[in-house]
Design a binder for this molecule. Structure first.
Ligand SMILES: *Cc1c(COP(=O)(O)O)cnc(C)c1O
Length: 378
């Protein structure tokens, strides 16, 4: 969070009640499978600690973060949670994981050996998961290593808490890669009988029961983002971002707006200068030019176009259409909210909702609305 946040900043409101409802909804959808919660990257920009505490109250017990640092921060507020580290075991960190009761998703033979060594050292079968790659070439044991992993289990008597893999194309449920990966995962599980399995992220969870196995690991859906392409998003939206108008100005036909003079006005215009820019996570790819429209903001339910290039600290919004109802300096405009979802913004910016959310580290005050509707500033 920015050090320079004060009364002249915008407002980011995070609806913890919506996050709680989204988790419960996913828990219903995943039926007999356990429903974990992915809270890496500061809970996708929403604030890991308040989010994780909310999810814990909703009933979540299994949490996934990327790094051991995130795991340590989470352990401090959730003493009883099961915490998995998606990025695996960092060399030399096994003792720290053991002390903090963090469970690495072991992804290579060297990680496995280091972990088994630590188990011997502390005289305890420290819980961990095994992560196999079934077609992403990201983290995970190669499938060819399955029999070596199995031998290590037999010789040490060690059993993992979960066997996990990750789908590359879950956001497109009909993609043939999903069934290919699922078949490889099933074949792998046959070699590791009676160990709980986990394959699905949000898209996999929403995509169908065949992905659920014994545990699902949703992230983006908790935060209201679209997981599956080309289908209505069933999740409640979680965040609202409002930013203040700094100045209203009148401009003439033929004048240009912003850096690079990239946008020429084709009518006399009334412009609102809004105090947010790419330094706040309002991406520069939301700029407009003469050849290409840019992003939108909203006022009283009406969409208003961003014109010219997005600057570091400001954007220019065309409010001409509002005529006599034009807003004044100091009024707040909706950047994200009921009229502009994170995915609308992402589509406009040529990116994904995940990147929009995790980029919102700007100069605005954060407010949390809890499950009972009470609002507090952090
Ligand atoms: C980030 C991540 C998830 C959560 O993915 P979403 O698409 O946000 O639901 C699940 N599993 C792994 C391995 C991840 O890296």
């Amino acid at each position: 969070m920015s050090a320079f946040v004060g009364q002249f900043s915008g407002r980011l409101t995070i609806d913890l009640g919506a996050i709680s409802r989204n988790w419960k909804g996913l828990d219903r959808i995943s039926a007999n499978a356990l429903t974990g919660a992915v809270v890496k990257a500061d809970a996708y920009g929403c604030g890991m600690l308040p989010v994780a505490q909310t999810l814990s109250r909703a009933g979540a017990q299994f949490f996934f973060v990327a790094t051991p640092d995130e795991g340590i921060a989470l352990r401090a507020v959730l003493p009883d949670a099961y915490i998995f580290i998606l990025n695996g075991l960092f060399p030399g960190a096994a003792k720290l994981y053991a002390e903090q009761r963090l469970m690495p998703l072991l992804a290579s033979l060297s990680m496995l050996d280091e972990w088994l060594k630590m188990c011997i050292e502390v005289g305890d079968a420290l819980p961990a998961g095994f992560h196999f790659d079934t077609g992403m070439n990201r983290m995970g044991f190669r499938l060819q290593d399955a029999s070596i992993v199995q031998n290590r289990m037999q010789s040490s008597g060690y059993r993992p808490q979960v066997i996990m893999s990750h789908l590359a194309c879950a956001d497109v449920p009909a993609h043939e890669k999903n069934s290919t990966q699922r078949a490889l995962f099933q074949a792998l599980l046959a070699q590791f009988p009676n160990i709980p399995a986990s394959l699905a992220n949000s898209a996999g969870t929403l995509g169908g029961r065949e992905n659920h196995f014994q545990m699902v690991r949703p992230g983006i859906s908790l935060y209201g983002g679209r997981a599956v392409q080309g289908r209505p998003n069933p999740m409640s939206s979680v965040i609202t971002l409002e930013m203040p108008i700094l100045q209203i100005r009148e401009a003439r036909t033929g004048e240009t707006v912003g850096y690079g003079a990239a946008q020429t006005l084709n009518r006399d215009s009334r412009l609102a200068i809004v105090g947010t820019g790419y330094a706040d996570g309002y991406m520069r790819s939301l700029s407009s030019s003469n050849g290409r429209p840019g992003g939108h903001v909203a006022l009283n339910g009406k969409l208003l176009p961003v014109i010219g290039r997005v600057s570091m600290d400001s954007i220019v919004v065309d409010v001409t259409e509002l005529g006599p109802n034009a807003p004044e300096a100091g009024e707040m405009l909706e950047i994200i909210g009921p009229n502009i979802s994170i995915d609308d913004l992402a589509d406009n910016a040529d990116t994904i909702g995940y990147e929009i959310l995790t980029s919102l580290n700007g100069r605005f005050k954060r407010r949390y609305r809890d499950e009972h509707g009470n609002v507090s500033e952090s």
